[in-house]
Design a protein around this ligand. Structure first.
Ligand code: HEC
Length: 269
């Protein structure tokens, strides 16, 4: 048998069309500009469609159908093709077994990395060029209890001018823009946010926003702005007093242990 005879034989034509179709779908389409890998399930669908087309073609006339079947029939019965038969009988179950195994085998894989909502804050930050030590830092406005109502009022104004669109009228994270963000803006009424944080942690988050989050705070992109660029240190402490006053939560305090200050806030969700 020479090549031209193979090329005219319906069986080998069918094999060639299937191989060609697979090559085009698996490697040809992804190579086009702007295309991506074709998912395995779609490859399977395309191949099934091509196979149906090929079967329609080979069974189109009695003569072609008989020609098409001949090599299959020969492989199953002719004594000289016994090696082909045996190879097929061994390989086919092995292939089915391998595919089944691949589907049911439990894979050992690291769990997806979860975003840590309250990552450990840095011990100190630079706020507008000034170094601030966060560890043990208290809200300085609380040292002036007489003026506290005025600071809360100032914080309220700052909140409604800046934070409302995301954190919402009720401080519940349901601002008008909230639905557009993932992660969602923090819900300060929930006991999982400022209720379990020290004011120094809250200061750090407001000052540095999403861009200031360490690596554990990713992979999600936080929309929380860096307020350091827009608010003064006093204004940030004021808005913090407002957040606690309005929600009724008490800030987490720094515990004294053996004369040393220890962070009582933070924690992972
Ligand atoms: C553009 C929307 C947007 C605005 C405006 C915004 N925030 Fe946020 N904020 C977020 C998002 C989103 C998160 C949650 C993701 C994160 O922790 O960074 C967040 C988180 C926070 C957190 C962290 C809470 C926690 O539990 O760690 C604080 C505190 C906070 N915001 C305060 C403020 C204050 C105060 C203002 C106004 C001065 C403000 N935000 C304005 C989007 C915003």
């Amino acid at each position: 048998m020479n090549f031209a005879r193979y090329a005219r034989h319906p069986f080998w034509q069918a094999v060639a069309i299937l191989v060609l179709a697979f090559v085009v779908i698996e490697w040809g389409i992804p190579a086009l500009p702007g295309s991506a890998i074709v998912p395995a399930s779609v490859v399977l669908q395309y191949m099934a469609t091509v196979l149906v087309g090929v079967l329609i073609y080979v069974s189109d006339s009695e003569e072609r159908w008989a020609l098409f079947k001949a090599p299959l029939h020969a492989a199953l019965v002719e004594p000289r093709l016994k090696p082909v038969r045996v190879t097929g009988l061994v390989l086919l179950p092995l292939l089915v077994g391998a595919v089944t195994l691949g589907q049911v085998r439990a894979t050992v894989q690291a769990p997806p990395s979860l975003r840590s909502i309250h990552p450990a804050p840095p011990p100190e930050i630079t706020f507008r060029g000034k170094t601030m030590t966060l560890t043990g830092l208290e809200n300085p406005l609380r040292a002036r209890p007489d003026s506290l109502p005025a600071f809360v009022a100032e914080g309220r104004r700052i909140y409604y001018q800046n934070c409302l669109p995301c954190h919402g009228d009720h401080l519940d994270g349901q601002g008008h823009y909230a639905a557009g963000f993932n992660p969602l803006p923090a819900n300060f009424q929930d006991n999982g946010t400022i209720a379990q944080l020290t004011e120094s942690f809250v200061f750090w988050r407001i000052a540095k926003g999403g861009p200031g989050l360490p690596r554990e705070g990713t992979p999600w992109n936080s929309a929380m702005p860096r307020w350091e660029d827009f608010l003064t240190e006093r204004e940030i402490w004021s808005v913090i007093t407002f957040l606690y006053d309005q929600t009724g939560w008490k800030p987490r305090t720094w515990e004294k242990t053996g004369g040393e200050m220890r962070d009582a806030g933070g924690g992972h969700d």
